[in-house]
Design a binder for this molecule. Structure first.
Ligand SMILES: NC(=O)c1ccc[n+]([C@@H]2O[C@H](COP(=O)([O-])OP(=O)(O)OC[C@H]3O[C@@H](n4cnc5c(N)ncnc54)[C@H](O)[C@@H]3O)[C@@H](O)[C@H]2O)c1
Length: 337
C-alpha cells in the first residue's frame, strides 16, 4: 500500500484524490495541503486525510511515500525540488514547469535524491491513445504519414485566483492544453526536426490561447496539433485523433462535457482501409487517470523503473511546446535540437 500526499486541492487535485481513494487498491490518500484552508480541509475531510496548511510542514510530518503536485504550474519546480530533497517519490502534473531550465533542475533533484518521479501526461494511459500507438508501433497499417490531434476546451474558469490568466504563471492554452498532444506525438515519432505554429495573443486568456502547430519529422512524416482554451463557455471539450498511414486511416472523435467529467463517454475508433472497408472498435473503457496512477503505484510497489511519462518525457514535451510558442511569436519555423 502506497500512501499519497496531495498538494493542491483544486480541480485536478480533487480528481486525483477520487481516483486514489476509489479506483486504486494499493494506494490511499493520507495528507492534503492547500494554502486555501477551506479547499484543503474539505478534501481532507472527504478522503479521511490529514490537512496541512504549510508545504514544508507536510513534507516533514506527513506519512507519505508519494507527493502528488497538483498546484498551479508556476509552483511545480520549487515543490518538486523540495519533495525530492525530502526523499519522497513524486507525481507532478503537466506541464512540469514553465521553462526547460526549471524542468532540468527538477530532473537533477530527482536523480540526486534517487526518488521515482512521473509526469501527468495522461494521454499515454488513455485507452484509445494507447491502442492507436500500438497500431502504429506494430505497423499494422504500414508507415504513418501524418498524425493530427485536436484538443479544444472552454476557458477553465475555476482556477484559484485566476492563475491561468497570467502568462508567466500558466503559460497560456498553448502550453497548458497543447502539451498533451505534443507529448503524445513525441511518444510515437520522437521529437520533430522543426516546428511552425500560428496563434493570436489573447491577454484575457493568459497569452497564447489557441494554437495550430505543424511538426516536421524525417521521411516527410508530419504532425499537426490544434489546441486551445479560447473557446466560448458551452463549447464541449473536444478531442480528435486522426492518423493517416500507408494502408489506412484511423479516426477518433470525442465531444465530452465542460472538461474531463464526461471523459468516460466511449466513442468508437474508426479504421478506414484502402479497399473501402470501414471497421469500428471501441477501446476498453478504463479511466485514463486510474490507469496512470495504477502504472505509477505498481512501479513503486515492485521497485521498477518508471519508463512511461518520465520527467525526461515531460521535459521534452515542454521543450517542443516552448519552441512552438517561439515560432508563433516570431512568425518563423523553429528547428528543434
Ligand atoms: N492532466 C490534466 O488533464 C490536467 C487537467 C487540469 C489541470 N492540470 C494541471 O494541474 C495543475 C493545477 O490545475 P487546476 O486546474 O487543478 O488548478 P486549480 O486552480 O483548480 O487548483 C490549484 C490548487 O492549488 C492551490 N494552491 C495554490 N497555491 C498553492 C500553494 N502555494 N500551496 C498549496 N496549494 C496551493 C489552490 O488553492 C488550488 O486549490 C496545472 O499545472 C494544470 O496544468 C492537468
Amino acid at each position: 500500500m502506497k500512501k499519497v500526499a496531495i498538494v493542491g486541492a483544486g480541480y485536478i487535485g480533487r480528481l486525483h484524490a477520487d481516483i486514489l481513494c476509489n479506483k486504486i487498491e494499493n494506494a490511499c490518500v493520507t495528507s492534503i495541503m492547500d494554502n486555501v484552508e477551506k479547499k484543503g480541509r474539505d478534501l481532507a475531510d472527504k478522503t479521511g486525510a490529514v490537512y496541512y496548511k504549510d508545504f514544508d510542514t507536510m513534507l516533514l510530518k506527513a506519512d507519505a511515500d508519494v507527493i502528488a503536485v497538483c498546484t498551479p504550474t508556476f509552483l511545480h519546480t520549487e515543490m518538486v525540488i523540495k519533495a525530492a530533497g525530502a526523499k519522497k517519490n513524486i507525481f507532478c502534473e503537466k506541464p512540469l514547469a514553465l521553462s526547460v531550465e526549471d524542468a532540468e533542475k527538477m530532473i537533477t533533484a530527482v536523480r540526486k535524491n534517487k526518488v521515482h518521479a512521473m509526469a501527468g501526461h495522461v494521454l499515454r494511459f488513455w485507452p484509445v491513445y494507447v491502442k492507436v500507438k500500438e497500431i502504429i508501433d506494430r505497423k499494422e497499417l504500414g508507415k504513418p504519414h501524418h498524425i493530427y490531434c485536436e484538443r479544444l476546451v472552454a476557458f477553465p474558469d475555476w482556477a484559484e485566483s485566476g492563475w491561468n490568466k497570467e502568462e508567466d504563471l500558466g503559460g497560456g492554452g498553448a502550453l497548458d492544453v497543447q502539451i498533451h498532444d505534443i507529448d503524445y506525438i513525441i511518444s510515437i515519432l520522437g521529437k520533430p526536426d522543426f516546428i511552425n505554429s500560428q496563434d493570436t495573443y489573447n491577454s484575457v486568456y493568459g497569452g497564447w490561447a489557441h494554437m495550430v502547430t505543424n511538426m516536421g519529422f524525417s521521411d516527410g512524416i508530419s504532425g499537426c496539433v490544434q489546441a486551445g482554451w479560447g473557446l466560448p463557455p458551452g463549447f464541449p471539450f473536444t478531442n480528435v485523433l486522426r492518423v493517416v498511414c500507408e494502408n489506412g486511416t484511423i479516426e477518433w472523435i470525442l465531444r465530452a462535457g465542460k472538461l474531463l467529467e464526461k471523459r468516460g463517454l466511449n466513442s468508437p475508433m474508426v479504421i478506414y482501409k484502402p479497399d473501402g472497408t470501414i471497421s469500428k472498435e471501441t477501446p476498453d473503457d478504463t479511466d485514463a487517470f486510474r490507469n496512470q496512477w495504477k502504472y505509477f503505484i505498481d512501479c513503486l510497489e515492485s521497485e521498477s523503473k518508471i519508463k512511461n511519462a518520465t520527467f525526461e518525457d515531460g521535459r521534452n514535451a515542454l521543450e517542443v511546446v516552448l519552441a512552438a510558442i517561439k515560432s508563433a511569436k516570431k512568425g518563423k519555423t523553429v528547428k528543434i535540437q
